[in-house]
Design a binder for this molecule. Structure first.
Ligand code: ADP
Ligand code: ASP
Ligand code: MG
Length: 426
């Protein structure tokens, strides 16, 4: 008998009928002899609805109160699912984050889980009862309700799986696994049977919303077997795993994109020590996260300095730059808040040359100009104009032939075919 943590996302619990379907799935897993703990999100659209209720009253609601408001979404779903499970003859008990002591820091709306007191959950499981835990929420040391950032129910599930040393954490959603890119953007995208933690972490941090980044971090750190599956379609989904040869066969495993980018350039900055600090110090002081940074080689003692930020932070960052222009010594600040970032990710890039030039060639053939580039061992990100997002993603998806199974699968399949034909192995 295994202990399985199952998490069901917003679309999976969107209405009474879907909650009934989730309850049927939980019953089936129970009948198969497993111990289960279930984490649920708010019903689809509910967190957005609550957020706009708050924002209609104040543009900047107090984050503590926002968390009290947002956490109600998950409280509705846990009760409804527990009711549906009991109706099916199973013993179930709903818990808010606070009731099972999911302790977080006090960073409202983006809190981090610090500790989980698993005793209550273990007792509940020992009684043969299914705990149904609200995702996305916790409590800080002072007992205030906190939330974990959008998509945070994934993190709740993985953290509970880690604390209880569950045999598997299953993330049930509206797609049947992790795809080579968002299947809503590229219909030819292919489901990956496996992906490494490292690649998944990059994809999540570069904008792929199928798993919250902290969930992947947790799973990697605590070695939680993590699987993404569909609530609506049977199948093995995608296993997030440690590196293995099957995964290494692909140079590029996936493409992520982020629409919420903005770029700022300081023109004619003096090439003297401390320039980068004079530019970015005030940005950091305003709690604005800087992503890509590009500094040109100086000509005539001056250089251009560009960086990207979240689009929401654009007006404030422009104001900060304008206010500091003289202190920085720059001639001019220019910006563009209609840019996006497209990234290709794959552990196979470590051992292959020429991947970046393939990216540049493919984009240039479609007349897509690249505004910025950043690379790491296993990713290449480019910033392009917003209007080129879809074409850029599709072009790269096709250029790296991501719609086709990786070569190794080809070899295995052709070996199988040869066997059937009494070929090389027969
Ligand atoms: P849930 O509400 O179940 O948490 P999310 O909307 O957070 O679901 O995540 C699932 C969605 O993630 C999919 O509907 C899909 O559009 C999107 N997505 C983005 N990138 C990928 C990818 N590489 N593979 C699969 N889905 C992706
Ligand atoms: N309900 C929250 C959100 O919409 C958390 C989650 O769904 O994971 O972001
Ligand atoms: Mg999600």
């Amino acid at each position: 008998m295994a202990l399985i943590v199952q998490k069901y996302g917003g679309t999976s619990v969107a209405d009474g009928a879907r909650i009934g379907h989730v309850a049927d799935k939980v019953c089936a897993a129970r009948r198969a002899g497993h111990d289960l703990l279930v984490v649920v999100s708010a019903m689809a659209g509910e967190t957005d609805r609550l957020l706009s209720l708050g924002k209609n009253i104040s543009q900047r609601p107090n984050p503590r109160e926002l968390d009290v408001l947002l956490a109600t979404g998950e409280q509705v779903s846990i009760a409804l699912l527990a009711i549906a499970l009991e109706k099916r003859g199973l013993s179930a008990c709903s818990f808010t984050g606070g009731q099972v002591c999911i302790r977080t820091d006090d960073a409202h709306t983006k809190a981090r889980i610090l500790a989980i007191d698993e005793d209550k959950l273990r007792d509940t499981l020992a009684r043969g009862c299914i705990p149904v835990v609200a995702g996305f929420q916790g409590v800080d040391a002072a007992g205030n309700i906190t939330t974990l950032g959008r998509g945070g129910s994934d993190t709740t599930a993985v953290a509970l799986a880690a604390a209880l040393k569950a045999d598997e954490c299953q993330i049930y959603t509206d797609v049947d696994g992790v795809y080579t890119t968002d299947p809503r953007m590229v219909p030819e995208a292919r489901r990956l049977a496996r992906i490494t933690f490292e690649e998944m972490l990059e994809l999540a941090s570069l904008g792929s919303k199928v798993l919250q980044i902290r969930a992947v971090e947790f799973a990697g750190k605590y070695n939680v077997p993590l699987r993404v599956l569909s609530t609506f379609k049977e199948g093995a989904g995608t296993l997030i795993t440690y590196e293995d040869t099957a995964v290494e066969a692909a140079i590029v495993s996936g493409i992520a994109f982020n629409r919420d980018e903005a770029e700022i350039t300081l023109i004619g900055v003096p090439d003297v020590p401390g320039t980068a600090y004079r530019i970015l110090g005030p940005v950091a002081a305003a709690n604005i996260v800087v992503d890509m940074i590009v500094q040109n080689v100086a000509r005539g003692g001056r250089l251009d300095f560009s960086f990207t930020i979240h689009r929401n932070d654009y007006p404030q960052t422009i104001d900060i730059m304008q206010a500091n222009l003289r202190h920085i010594g720059a001639e001019q600040v220019v910006g563009n808040d209609r840019v996006v970032k497209i990234s290709i990710v794959g552990v196979g890039m470590r051992s292959h040359a020429g991947v970046a030039s393939s990216v540049f060639q493919a984009l240039s053939e479609e007349d897509i100009s690249i505004r910025m580039v950043a690379t790491s061992e296993i990713k290449i990100s480019v910033v392009v104009e917003e209007k080129h997002l879809e074409l850029g993603v599709r072009t790269l998806h096709a250029a790296f032939r991501l719609h086709e199974p990786p070569q190794q699968d080809f070899l295995q399949r052709s070996a199988g075919a040869s066997r059937r034909r009494g070929g090389i192995t027969g």
